[in-house]
Design a protein around this ligand. Sequence first.
Ligand code: G3H
Ligand code: ZN
Length: 285
Amino acid sequence: MDLVNGYTLMSYAKKNHLVLPAFNTTNYEMTLAIIKAFDEMKLGGYIQISSHNLKLSSPEIIANMTREVMVRENISTPIGLHLDHGKSFEDVKRCIDAGFTSVMVDASELPFDDNIQEVKRAADYAHYFGIPVEAELGGIRGKEDDHVSDVNAKTHPEDVLNFVEKTGCDTLAVAVGNVHGLDLTPNLDFPLMAKVAEASPVPLVLHGGSGIPFDQVRRAKENNLIKVNYGSDLRKAYIKTFGQAYDENHNEFNLYGVAAKGIQNVIETATTIIKEVNVKEVGIL
Ligand code: G3H
Ligand code: ZN
């Protein structure tokens, strides 16, 4: 099947009481592995790529490649293609034009009113094409690739309704003790998350899934959580394969063989996450 529209994916998640994993891709191997993992587990979710990672390829390359894999591998699991941490209106436009099925506008580092303005501008465009928008309120500490953020501003529940109403966003990424990357330890503030969920008219998104114990992700599901992002765990699984191959043989040059092993390692990591996040629902399709 083709990629699934973001609103359809949200309905699928709600109907089946799922938290949808969103896995970050960078290249062909990661994309193939993520799609295969979803299909093996018969549970849907997102492939996503950040503005930063798109610099290595392009929205068009990623969208065409993802669609090609979906058709060639005869995939029957609902999968959406999401722009993660969209850093500019131009990126949002290019991704939607290329066929992405949902987008995130990350203007969380801007002052509150500017964040609203950026998200609203993108949401007006995206909604015209029937594409849902994720926005971020608060600052998530940690590392995304080579970008390090020290901003540790948890989401204020009292800002939530105003922000969602003014931006028109469809999902809200929150800062409730979650962190990006593998160097910091996440410490989820469940009472805060409950307050944010209560204030929010739209479902929540949790960034920085790598490193959060699975029982905590399942607990977070009670707070209207619809999507949880995983980047570092999968990337580490892929990169480790190359490191090990080189350590074992400094003359290793079988790129196909090592890449195939990398794909397998990413599939294993992703299937474990899919299973653990939705323990009761695995195999519902
Ligand atoms: O947007 C991407 C995710 O939030 C990735 O976070 O690398 O800590 O899993 P992670
Ligand atoms: Zn993130």
